[in-house]
Design a protein around this ligand. Structure first.
Ligand code: ATR
Length: 271
């Protein structure tokens, strides 16, 4: 039996165990995936080394980048890791957030984007948008955290100006409670009204989703996140969660299963 998990804090809301355990069981793989609430970064390395692989969520994606013995692909560009493989006590880091996000929005016509927040998710999203030729800006509450973006040619707004953009993406951790907003509501409301498309990386959470049947009901009739409550339409982070998980699963299984087949089998089970 191999052991995997998602590491972060808070972590109680995470649906990653459900997704990965469903795939392990459906594919007959002897593995189990759990949640690890790590209150202090000092416990990250030992927790990672006790597992075959892991996903990393807030607030540790940048911290884990620094802990990895080797970093591959897009994670090198974003300097943030959301997927780790552990072999012989060596940690190898990847980032599947950027690809997971792109899978959600790749059919939209986008020229400009504004990303709210400057954490690990914002890095992956802003870098992916830039890579795909979208003119991308970010805004963050704490200006000292924006150097990464400036040094990669991503524009930084010093104040939260209301401007027209094709895509507005919310990536801050505010709203996990289902009701809080990161900045002044009126300002956000005006920003949302000027955006063609709105994306919130947060997904609504609900207690008691332990099996695929409960997940199906939730997937089909989930409530809006606090941020999307400001908009008449918009995408929450649930599909991004699924897509980054399928890309991570591909890595956990050494490419034995590909994204498209994992997506198809998971979605078929929701019908
Ligand atoms: P993730 O890995 O999911 O991106 P993270 O790295 O912990 O999470 O980043 C959290 C983001 O939420 C940061 O942009 C943070 O802003 P600061 O750099 O100013 O801390 C943002 N955030 C967290 N709490 C916030 C709050 N109360 N108001 C506004 N932004 C907040």
């Amino acid at each position: 039996m191999r052991y995997f998990g998602v590491i972060g804090s808070p972590i109680h809301h995470s649906l990653s165990p459900l997704i990965h355990n469903f795939l392990f069981s459906y594919l007959g793989i002897s593995a189990h995936y759990d949640k690890f609430d790590i209150p202090s970064p000092s416990l990250l390395a030992s927790t990672l080394q006790s597992l075959s692989g892991a996903n990393i969520t807030l607030p540790y994606k940048e911290e884990v980048f620094g802990l990895c013995d080797e970093v591959r692909g897009f994670a090198q560009e974003v300097e943030a890791v959301n997927t780790v493989l552990c072999r012989n006590q060596k940690l190898c880091g990847f980032n599947t957030d950027g690809l997971g996000f792109w899978e959600c929005i790749k059919n939209l016509e986008l020229k400009t984007a504004l990303v709210l927040g400057a954490g690990g998710s914002a890095r992956a999203i802003a870098m992916m948008l830039k890579k795909q030729g979208v003119d991308t800006m970010i805004y963050n509450r704490t200006p000292s955290k924006v150097d990464f973006f400036l040094s990669r040619g991503i524009g930084v707004l010093e104040t939260l100006e209301v401007k027209e953009v094709d895509l507005l993406v919310h990536t801050t951790s505010v709203g996990l409670d289902g009701k809080s907003l990161p900045y002044q509501q009126e300002k956000l409301q005006s920003l949302v009204s000027k955006a063609k498309y709105v994306f919130d990386v947060i997904y609504p959470s609900q207690k008691g989703i332990v099996g695929i049947d409960q997940f199906r009901d939730f997937f089909l009739s989930r409530p809006k996140t606090a941020f999307l409550g400001l908009s008449s339409q918009g995408m929450d982070g649930l599909e991004m969660l699924l897509y980054q998980a399928f890309f991570a699963f591909e890595i956990f299984c050494d490419g034995q299963y590909c994204f498209e087949e994992l997506k198809a089998l998971f979605y078929n089970s929701l019908k």
